[in-house]
Design a protein around this ligand. Structure first.
Ligand SMILES: Cc1cc2nc3c(=O)[nH]c(=O)nc-3n(C[C@H](O)[C@H](O)[C@H](O)COP(=O)(O)O)c2cc1C
Length: 398
């Protein structure tokens, strides 16, 4: 996700510096190039050897490289980076950043950087509450520095409260929007459905399908990273959404339909990635159905077709994205849905393609609109989400 992004990771002298190793790994794994700059004091908390091995680059600390007069150019470093992230940020470095002090390479790089800057402070309980620390945090935020706030929990001193550096996963989650914001999505509200529906038979049984919600969640998360406001109507799944995705949990097709109707007006875009039941049992037994006869017949009635109902309400300027998972006559079925449900584009995946559809981490799609069809190779669901969003943005009127 961070392929081609250059990040300077500043590491300062707090106990949480041990977590910087995990953070470097996460950033590198996400595809970023990471240049670590440590303060002199930070060497007491984690070795440069660990961080240089994980970042695959020599760690920098001093202005001068050696006694030859060669120096580490903080101006070039500041211009090189797409993001300067200081994690952990000590009270000391925070105060220096807030006041323009420049007595080490990290601070000189901070003052030279033209890229966004983010800090993840780590301090003991009372330090973090101190008015001077609060004042410095506020001041840096007023300068435009992003704050990845300290988290609550047990601190190194044994005290319990706010002060722990945010977990590396949370720091990565917070930095993605800084690096990947797409202005075309800022100010856009997106309603997305994801996962399966469950249609009850009796208090203990239901009818559902194999949808894992992975594709819908990947799209919702990426849209939020890119700056859209995302409301996701999610069936019962075991997926993780970012904190900035607003999730409304639904169980049955009727729940999802009602929630979709309620939130449709406020949305600029709807993406219908959920696998919604077409039929539900006509009656739901209030007691567990007993195993009486040798056969059991179930009467089913049609559920609301959410996509079609939203299509009827569609007004100018709204953009509808549909999904079609087909087992046969894929393109013809998708074309029919495109017209009948007033989709602006439809994402087709076929269960005939290995690695595509339910449950997999990969998907193979074709994007179909009124002008034709564009097939994509098998990719991770994250990469597919990127393709879908890009296709959507290309077709949307700004
Ligand atoms: C064991 C130990 C743990 C420390 N942990 C923190 C900490 O979590 N946060 C903090 O702001 N300072 C902490 N300090 C104080 C800093 O190490 C000290 O202010 C140092 O000068 C900061 O240097 P730097 O900001 O240049 O890296 C700690 C000091 C010691 C000895």
């Amino acid at each position: 996700m961070l392929k081609g992004k250059k990040i300077i990771l500043g590491v300062t002298a707090g106990i949480a510096a041990y977590k910087s190793a995990a953070l470097v790994r996460l950033l590198v794994k996400a595809g970023a190039e990471v240049q670590v700059i440590m303060t002199e004091e930070a060497h007491q908390f984690i070795t440069p050897l660990t961080l240089s091995t994980l970042s695959k680059r020599p760690v920098l600390t001093d202005f001068a490289k050696d006694k030859t007069g060669e120096w580490n150019n903080h101006v070039d470093l500041g211009l090189w980076a797409d993001l300067l992230l200081v994690a952990p940020t000590t009270a000391n470095t925070l105060a220096k950043m807030a006041n323009g002090l420049c007595d080490n390479l990290l601070l000189a790089t901070y003052l030279s950087a033209r890229c966004p800057v983010a800090i993840a402070p780590a301090m003991d309980l009372d330090m973090y509450q101190h008015p001077s620390v609060k004042h410095n945090l506020k001041r840096l935020q007023e300068f435009g520095v992003y704050l990845v706030d300290a988290e609550e929990g047990e601190l190194a001193s044994g005290l319990v409260g706010q002060g722990r550096m945010a977990e590396p996963e949370h720091i990565l989650e917070a930095t993605l929007p800084i690096l990947l914001k797409d202005n075309r999505l800022v100010g856009k509200k997106i309603l997305i459905t994801a996962g399966p529906t469950q249609e009850a038979l009796d208090p203990v049984r239901y009818i559902t399908n194999h949808s894992s919600g992975k594709m819908g969640y990947a799209i919702a998360n990426l849209l939020a990273i890119k700056g859209a406001e995302v409301i996701m109507l999610s069936g019962v799944v075991n997926q993780k959404a970012r904190k900035d995705v607003k999730i409304l949990r639904t169980v049955s097709a009727l729940d999802m339909y009602e929630a979709a109707m309620k939130h449709y007006e406020e949305a600029n875009v709807v993406i219908l990635a959920a696998a919604v039941a077409d039929y539900r049992p006509s009656d739901v037994a209030d007691k567990k159905i007993k195993k009486d006869g040798s056969t059991f017949a179930l009467n089913m009635v049609k559920t609301y077709d959410i996509a079609a109902e939203l299509g009827k309400k569609k007004t100018n300027g709204k953009f509808h994205v549909g999904f079609a998972l087909e087992t046969n006559d894929e393109a013809a079925n998708a074309q029919k849905k495109l017209t009948n449900k007033k989709f602006d584009m439809i994402v087709l995946n076929s269960l005939q393609d290995a690695g595509a559809g339910f449950g997999h981490d990969t998907n193979k799609i074709a994007i179909i609109d009124a002008k034709g069809s564009n097939a994509f190779p098998l990719k991770s669901k994250q990469a597919v989400a990127e393709d879908i969003i890009e296709a959507m943005l290309e077709r949307m009127v700004p």
